[in-house]
Design a protein around this ligand. Structure first.
Ligand code: GLC
Ligand code: MG
Length: 587
């Protein structure tokens, strides 16, 4: 059939599907990413194969079987590209090559090959907002070489009428403290950097930049990746200059007195702009076109955004256009307090995602990443299983940051050992407020030297102190462990149609008990109940749901639980120890 007619036909079909939600549910079977278990690898800290104290690609390849064994669907790797490592790979000097410390393109090909053999998908970090100041593009832009003049956001700055001195174009602040503008002596202009001085913001109002970055996407797709986690997307565009060629100043926010901290100013002018959403839609076209031309499974876009729901949800797309498959849901990170978690804070976090989710879109749940303190430290180690259960019982995709399956906690990093620019830009007295090093300490494989991560004398960051007990080896051989609970959960997600397709009901019981029910006609219901309090309690699940049967069968229990699996428990009088979390099912 003629292509245009085919397109028209499929459009009509889609319209019919859109107009009839029942039909859409029946026609649409779940794509791989909708029920996926994503796993974030921080390459520098996962596995070191060559004894230099730094994780690398061959290290990752050697551990892919571990991911397979966990039941992971896709691993996303923090940046592995050539970089001076000012921001540990988020400052890319060559978007088309591998950082030598991490290996070579051939090592990367070997990694992809092995992953394919194991039926694991590999997702890369796409860092669109900025490049390293050592990138060729930046060097050419500094020299105003043809085609590169406007690759970055350059400005003359302003002359202060009183002092006669030149000043930055605006009061905008970078994420890692201090001005977002840096003077370049050669070009005699300021350039914008929303992150470190060495991370120059690319100019997305230049079509050459937009095209170049799409080339980056296609280049790695050609090498066999299953998609991208897109870094720091909300800051892609800033407000344009006014009619006098000047940038507006931000207003003071009143949130902090620290004039160097990003939240000292409002930052409306430099993030969450409308043009940014459109760019994500354009990247989606790149993904879909690629699949259409080359076949294979859906190539996915995961978007990093810490924006308000009204903005974040737009990344999904709308009735007429597709956007990212999954804008990350960080509500469970940003909502609960940094020193613990409560049932009501979980409820608020879940409400804020599910009540704002556009129809037909897939939810996702994230409890940690390389920018946050580790989940087990933030929620309290006692709640580690409860939180791993929660993200796997709630509907949609779930994301694990390396080590969450073991309940790894934060490392302790002295000022002398500090590496993260967010901390290094501060001082010895206050760096712990900013440092992201504690969640980046090496992964724990064994109870031996360097936790089996490396044979080096010194690893790039010191090991977290609990590695002798919290590690893969110990937790695999223990009768019960966080790791074993995690694996049971992944297995349940894979086999339970209710978890994959069912509806969701949730709520708070007594002071601090969170309950979720997943249900699907014709299948068993799954009930999650977690006592997040520090004391035991007895609850009546009928207060949550009157339609439950009198007894539920226990499938999975947190380490605190002394109940027995495959035994029945009365729902109207369910006693829960402190920190006890259960996954039960109807029979
Ligand atoms: C993202 C990354 C973070 C990095 C920043 C700048 O937020 O997750 O690690 O420092 O972007 O690229
Ligand atoms: Mg190494």
């Amino acid at each position: 059939m003629h292509r245009a007619r085919l397109n028209l036909l499929s459009t009509l079909l889609c319209l019919a599907v859109l107009a009839n939600p029942c039909l859409s549910a029946a026609v649409k079977s779940k794509d791989w990413w909708e029920t996926a278990q994503f796993y974030q690898i921080y390459p520098r800290s996962f596995m070191d194969s060559d004894g230099d104290g730094i994780g690398d690609l061959n290290g990752i390849t050697s551990k892919l079987e571990y991911l397979k064994d966990l039941g992971v669907t896709a691993a996303w790797l923090s940046p592995i590209f050539t970089s001076p490592m000012v921001d540990f790979g988020y400052d890319i000097s060559d978007f088309f090559d591998i950082q030598p410390e991490y290996g070579t393109l051939d090592d990367f090909r070997a990694l992809i090959k092995k992953a394919k053999e194991l039926d694991l998908k590999i997702i890369l970090d796409f860092v669109p907002n900025h490049s390293s100041d050592e990138n060729e593009w930046f060097k050419k832009s500094v020299k105003r070489e043809k085609g590169y003049e406007d690759y970055y956001v350059w400005h003359d700055g302003k002359v202060n009428a009183e002092t006669g001195k030149r000043e930055p174009p605006s009061n905008w602040l970078q994420a890692f403290r201090g001005s977002a503008w840096e003077w370049n002596d050669v070009r005699q202009q300021y350039y914008l950097h929303q992150f470190a001085v060495q991370q120059a913001d690319l100019n997305y109002r230049n079509p050459l930049v937009v095209e170049q970055m799409k080339r980056v996407l296609r280049y790695w797709l050609d090498l066999g990746v299953a998609g991208f986690r897109c870094d720091a997307v909300p800051v892609l565009f800033e407000i344009e200059t006014d009619e006098n060629g000047q940038y507006a100043d931000e207003e003071v926010s009143g949130l902090t007195d620290d004039v160097d901290a990003r939240n000292y100013l409002k930052s409306d002018l430099i993030e969450n702009r409308a043009e940014t959403i459109d760019m994500a839609y354009q990247w989606r076209v790149v993904m879909d076109d690629y699949q259409r031309i080359h076949g294979g499974d859906t190539r996915v876009l995961l978007i990093e955004t810490y924006a308000p729901p009204a903005y974040t949800m737009q990344f999904y797309g709308n009735r007429s256009v597709e956007g990212a498959h999954l804008p990350f849901n960080f509500n469970l990170i940003t909502g609960p307090a940094s020193d613990g978690v409560s049932a009501s804070s979980i409820k608020t976090a879940v409400d804020s995602w599910l009540n704002n989710l556009p129809p037909g879109r897939t939810a996702n749940w994230v409890i940690g990443n390389h920018d946050q303190r580790r989940a087990a430290s933030r929620y309290g180690a006692a709640n580690a299983d409860a939180m791993n259960m929660l993200v796997m019982i709630l509907p949609g995709a779930s994301v694990t940051y390396q080590g969450e399956e073991l309940a790894m906690t934060d490392g302790e990093i002295s000022w002398e050992d500090t590496q993260d620019p967010a901390a290094c830009n501060s001082n010895a007295d206050i760096y712990e407020q900013f440092t992201r090093d504690p969640s980046r300490t090496p992964f724990h494989w064994t109870s031996g030297t360097n936790a089996g991560f490396s044979t080096a004398q010194k690893t790039w960051l010191p090991l977290a102190p609990d590695y002798a007990t919290v590690n893969v080896e110990t937790e695999s051989s223990a009768e019960r462990s966080h790791l074993k609970i995690y694996k049971a959960l992944v297995e349940l997600r894979k086999t339970s149609t209710t978890l994959q397709k069912g509806s969701t009901k949730y709520g708070v019981l007594k002071e601090n008990v969170f309950v979720v029910k997943r249900y699907l006609s014709g299948s068993e219901s799954i009930v999650y109940v977690a006592n997040l309090a520090s004391k035991g309690i007895t609850v009546d699940l009928y207060e949550f749901d009157k339609t439950l049967p009198t007894h539920l069968n226990l499938l999975i229990r947190s380490l605190q639980s002394s109940k027995k699996e495959n035994a029945l428990f009365e729902v109207y009088e369910l006693s829960l120890a402190a920190g006890e979390a259960l996954v039960l099912s109807t029979i």
